[in-house]
Design a protein around this ligand. Structure first.
Ligand code: UD1
Ligand code: UDP
Length: 363
């Protein structure tokens, strides 16, 4: 079996880390990095820290408008598929790199397998939502992290090749949590005490690219009763500067560079709560039992909201202030995202689908 895995953005490196190393013990893998994220702090650090195999191809596409970026990726991925002739293309999540891989796979009639299939925010103005829908509809194998995700696929008529696997980010965090406690010095480095700070991240287009929303988020976070540590995505740094909000951000918040995975997990684990518009961080907060304030009006990770670990607040000053200050508590701690074996399940399912052989005993 030969699988071509396509990654390009920070969360995809973390997800691929769970699958790639194990996959290579039973199959051939060609790892392709589209180059969507290229800063050291958004890319190389994860390959080093998580021992992800060196990509066989780096397409160097970098930042551009969505259409051009996706088109450049499609044009660069196709010859790789032609040259390496894989049995399947393995895709993660909902970025433009995901969509580009799905387009090439379906055009070249290579089986497309999608990890994190079936998630829906039901907000079509979100670029990621379009990427999710199109990728799922172009996929031969949909690996769903939750039962809800399967229902979403069923509602869109996607029923063949759909499998519940659990969530690879749960696998990742189970591995990283203890390692981060043992290895990370970030709390000491920043002079932070456990439970005495709030962590915040913002990078979603609807927040970062709208001055009023970014300003409201800054206002809301600045009103928090604890110091706010803010590892800033480069997109958000650019916008804060462009909108004349940089001085205010650095005055009110502890703005730091994007962190490596172990340091970030340590911060998230130790934070009193987190405020974020990230998809992955909402889930990781839930896994680590850190309360989460999601700076969006909807989420695709609905289970985290239903049980009360996650509160949705739009980019509105007073609701953010209330959510980061009030002492609200979760109602229950279910485990809707599997058992930490999602990566192994994905590999077994790929084997079953692509080869006549039984799943490898080593898994
Ligand atoms: C992308 C994904 C988003 C994902 C996020 C993970 C899409 C549509 N968006 O958003 O789903 O949640 O990655 O972090 O695929 N930039 C740098 N250095 C880099 C990368 C980007 O400075 O290494 C800056 C550039 O100014 C760029 C901007 O960030 O224009 C946005 O980058 P882009 O990859 O388009 O989107 P993200 O916001 O990172
Ligand atoms: N993350 C990280 N360092 C940071 C911020 C986030 O390692 O400074 C990790 C985080 O633990 C999670 C992933 O990046 O695993 C989430 O990525 P991001 O928020 O960029 O994207 P999304 O999940 O929203 O697509």
């Amino acid at each position: 079996m030969h699988v071509c895995s396509i990654v390009g953005a920070r969360p995809q490196f973390i997800k691929a880390a769970v699958v790639s190393r194990k996959l290579r013990t039973v199959a051939d893998e060609t790892l392709v990095h589209t180059g969507q994220h290229y800063d050291e702090a958004l890319s190389d650090v994860f390959f080093d820290e998580l021992d992800i195999p060196e990509p066989e191809f780096n397409l160097g596409v970098e930042s551009d408008t969505h259409g051009r970026q996706t088109a450049k990726m499609v044009a660069a991925i196709e010859p790789v598929i032609e040259e390496t002739d894989p049995d399947a293309i393995l895709l993660y999540g909902d970025t433009n790199s995901t969509l580009a891989g799905a387009i090439v796979g379906s055009k070249r009639e290579v089986a497309v397998a999608h990890v994190e299939a079936g998630l829906r925010s039901n907000n079509r103005s979100m670029p990621e939502e379009i990427n999710r829908v199109l990728t799922d509809h172009a996929s031969d194998l949909c690996f769903a992290p939750s039962r809800d995700a399967i229902e979403n696929l069923t509602a869109e008529g996607i029923t063949d090749g759909v499998f519940w696997t659990g969530d690879v980010m749960y696998d990742a965090i189970l591995d990283a949590r203890d390692r981060s406690v043992a290895q990370s010095t970030i709390l000491d480095d920043l002079g932070l005490a456990e439970g005495e700070f709030i962590l915040a991240t913002v990078h979603r287009a609807s927040n970062a690219d709208a001055r009023a929303n970014l300003a409201a988020i800054l206002d809301g976070l600045a009103a928090a009763p604890l110091p706010v540590v803010f590892p800033a995505h480069p997109r958000t740094v650019d916008r804060l500067q462009e909108y004349g909000l940089w001085e205010r951000a650095t005055g009110e918040l502890e703005v730091i560079d994007p962190q490596g995975y172990l340091d970030f997990v340590r911060l998230l684990d130790a934070a009193e709560r987190v405020a974020t518009d990230s998809g992955g961080v909402q889930k990781e907060a839930f896994f680590l039992e850190t309360r989460c304030v999601t700076l969006r009006e909807e989420t695709e990770w609905v289970e985290t909201v239903d049980c009360g670990w996650n509160r949705l607040v739009g980019p509105e000053r007073s609701s953010i202030r209330e959510a980061v200050s009030a002492d609200w508590q979760p109602e229950s701690t279910p485990r809707p995202y599997g058992d930490g074996l999602a990566g192994q399940r994905i590999i077994s399912l790929l084997q079953q689908r692509l080869a006549d052989s039984e799943p490898d005993e080593r898994l």
